[in-house]
Design a binder for this molecule. Structure first.
Ligand code: 5AD
Length: 351
């Protein structure tokens, strides 16, 4: 008899699997196993968070980046991108619009753009904090010094998203010519230490990534225990060195989302835009496989298409209000309930 049903049951009952067990599962999973896995992940999500799906307003405020990640469309070497940078006033206007649409979490994401000095960021975060005392401010701006992270936290930032991208040190160094595996981990540790709610995560289907590497991603997350976990398929971008590679699949990504829910049951897991790009129902399927967050874009329509980390990213022509109501409808049609509250992680609430 196959040991897979037992492994799935073990994951559900104990929220734990060894590296070897995960690898075995990934190498041998069948379509029928996947359906069982998704339903166990959904049950787990419901036990921890009910049928709520938290909404976050995503502001992509600059596509200027000093890093040169081989997969990313806004890497420094891509001369074909038209670069933009929103001013602090423009970012505040996005927050205002987002607030009026009901969002109580603002995610400020950008390339690694040092035009936004610590001083500028402190001033911006303080202004957002002052205008919206009850809102959560999430940063996704890449690597800075622990001192800067500390000052941004003191200014009012609550959360920080920084994917570990891959738990394979070798693969990490290969696809990040300007960054280092250990440095990334040190940043994540520092953020957690400072008191941020931290989001880590990885891409699925990177060139050369093995099932054992993906098992290591889950083991790393299990040990690090982040509040948030972002998992998306790698999607090739033609203006990058990985443009001709194969991307990650919907099924493989959903399996990783579901396993993340089983192994780190109290985490907040977004149904990512990359999944929605890969398949029109990708985000809904992720919600049915354990995800419980969606991050609609509130970036001004005039610059949206320039924030293209991967090709054919959805919602490029939409306005913030389109995304707001489109997402709510999708959540309802998938059988869940949109929640506009702050949506802190269970781990954070009990800390
Ligand atoms: N395909 C999928 N995801 C990508 N990201 C960057 N480039 C791509 C791509 N080509 C992801 C990275 C990053 C997040 C903001 O977007 O994981 O952390």
């Amino acid at each position: 008899m196959s040991i897979k049903p037992n492994l799935l049951e073990k994951a559900y009952q104990t929220n734990d699997l060894t590296r070897e067990e995960i690898t075995y599962l990934l190498e041998n999973i069948t379509p029928a196993d996947r359906e069982i896995l998704y339903s166990l992940a959904l049950k787990t999500k419901q036990a921890y968070y009910g049928d709520k799906v938290f909404l976050r307003g995503l502001i992509e405020f600059s596509n200027i980046c000093r890093q040169d990640c081989l997969y990313c469309g806004i890497r420094a070497s891509n001369a074909k991108v038209e670069r933009y940078r929103l001013t602090p006033e423009e970012i505040l206007a996005c927050c205002d619009q987002g607030y009026k649409l009901g969002y109580r979490t603002f995610v400020l994401q950008s390339g690694e753009d040092l035009w936004y000095t610590e001083e500028i960021l402190v001033e911006l975060i303080s202004a957002i904090r002052k205008s919206y005392p009850e809102a959560a401010i999430t940063l996704s701006i890449g690597e800075r010094s622990p001192e800067t992270y500390q000052r941004l936290f003191a200014a009012g930032a609550n959360r920080f998203l920084m994917r570990h991208e891959t738990a394979s040190a070798e693969l990490y160094e290969k696809i990040h010519p300007t960054m280092h595996f250990e440095k990334r981990r040190a940043c994540l540790n520092a953020l957690k230490e400072l008191g941020y709610q931290v989001g880590a995560g990885f891409m699925v289907g990177l060139p050369g990534q093995t099932p054992a590497d993906l098992a290591d991603d889950l083991r790393y997350l299990k040990e690090f225990h982040p509040d948030m976990i972002g998992i998306g398929p790698f999607i090739p971008h033609s203006e990058t060195p990985l443009g001709a590679e194969k991307g990650g699949t919907l099924e493989d990504t959903l399996v990783m989302v579901a396993l993340a829910r089983l192994l780190i049951p109290d985490s907040l897991i977004p149904a990512t835009t990359a999944l929605g790009t890969l398949n029109p129902q990708g985000r809904e399927l992720a919600l049915k496989a354990g995800a419980n967050v969606v991050m609609p874009i509130i970036t001004p329509t005039s610059v949206r298409k320039q924030y293209e980390l991967y090709e054919n990213k959805i919602c490029g022509d939409d306005h913030p209000e389109d995304c707001r109501y489109c997402i709510e409808r999708r959540i309802q049609e998938a059988g869940f309930e949109a929640d506009l509250g702050r949506g802190d992680s269970r781990q954070f609430i009990s800390r």
